[in-house]
Design a protein around this ligand. Structure first.
Ligand code: 0X9
Ligand code: ZN
Length: 323
């Protein structure tokens, strides 16, 4: 059973109400916040910060976890919010979690792309990937994003960050699934992540995606060359992969990308950013699979993402342990 007890994929309203409920239930450990910009369809985008004495500003380092840049990748939001439930449920029970809440701030934004997710999860276009950019320079009108003629439009938020924007592995066509946008950070949803990371001490970041059972680290395209942090970056990626049973590799070994979250965040801040690609072969398999993604299915499949996520949070407290 997942930490929240859920047995079906959340809809957008469930993410909203669950985060609000956690903030109410744990007022000293959970602070809800709203990101800087509403989505193109004018939805507020929310996150929660989890730490001991959350209302005290104390400079603890941040582990940031993101979900649902890509609308159809439903498990990416589930795993993000379930880790929050787990930390809160097991604070004072599991000493690793008690230590994490003592020494780090863990921040969750489970739904980076609410408009796309709503279309995929609720409005029937399950394979939606991008946001609701229909025409550059204009906001979509009500219902426009869901019209069948517009469904292939949109900016791929994971090509819209400024790191190497305009380079290989992204498209300049608005109907391509990897459309990079009119300019770097043209989209409010990617600017939200930019603003948050720029304002906080984010030392480790996981952006959850599906699928391929991978732990990906920079560089995102081969031409960028190795990062100066390769030794510690690889060490942490390999340690997390040893827990969840995924392959740990350079992002470009999957394929070249530019403008992804860590293509910006790593080079902008030096914080170690990873893309986790969950699951073997589906963007959103039957919900029962999410339990396996979280807790693992036994020795051959590793221990699941729970222990990998704990390592990531611990890495913000003691980075040297990974070198
Ligand atoms: O193409 C993507 O954006 C990611 N794969 S997905 O199937 N979830 O769309 C992979 C991005 C990997 N590259 C970097 N993180 N640089
Ligand atoms: Zn994705």
């Amino acid at each position: 059973t997942l930490p929240s007890g859920r047995t079906a994929y959340r809809q957008l309203a469930d993410y909203t109400s669950d985060m609000a409920a956690l903030a109410t239930q744990y007022p000293t450990k959970v602070k809800q916040f709203t990101l800087k910009n509403n989505s193109l369809e004018n939805r507020a985008i929310r996150g929660i910060e989890v730490t001991r004495d959350v209302n005290v500003s104390n400079g603890k380092p941040v582990f940031l976890m993101l979900g649902l840049h890509h609308a159809r990748e439903w498990p990416s939001g589930e795993l993000t919010l379930e880790f929050a439930y787990d930390l809160l449920k097991n604070d004072g029970v599991d000493p690793r979690i008690t230590n994490i809440l003592d020494k780090a701030r863990v921040v969750f934004v489970p739904v980076v792309n609410p408009d796309g997710f709503n279309l995929s999860r609720t409005l029937g276009y399950e394979l939606k990937r991008k946001n609701c950019r229909i025409t550059n320079g204009q906001l979509p009108t009500a219902g426009q994003c869901a019209q069948s003629a517009n469904r292939s439009r949109g900016t791929d938020l994971n090509r819209n960050y400024s790191g190497f924007w305009g380079g290989p592995g992204a498209s300049s066509s608005l109907t391509s699934e990897t459309y990079r946008g009119a300019s770097a950070f043209s989209e409010p949803e990617s600017r939200n992540v930019q603003a948050f990371v720029s304002a906080h001490q984010v030392t480790t970041l996981i952006t959850n995606h599906t699928y391929s059972n991978l732990v990906l680290r920079e560089p995102g395209y081969a031409g960028a060359g190795p990062t100066p942090d390769e030794s510690i970056y690889k060490a942490l990626g390999d340690q997390m992969a040893a827990q969840n049973g995924y392959d740990s590799q350079f992002s470009y070994e999957l394929y070249d990308t530019t403008g992804t979250t860590e293509d910006w965040s790593y080079y902008a801040t030096g914080g170690l950013g990873f893309t986790f690609e969950h699951g073997a072969n589906s963007f959103h398999p039957a919900f029962s699979n999410v339990v396996n993604y979280y807790f693992g299915t036994g020795s051959t499949a590793g221990k699941g993402n729970r222990s990998a996520f704990l390592l990531a949070a611990e890495s913000t407290i003691n980075p040297a342990r990974h070198s």
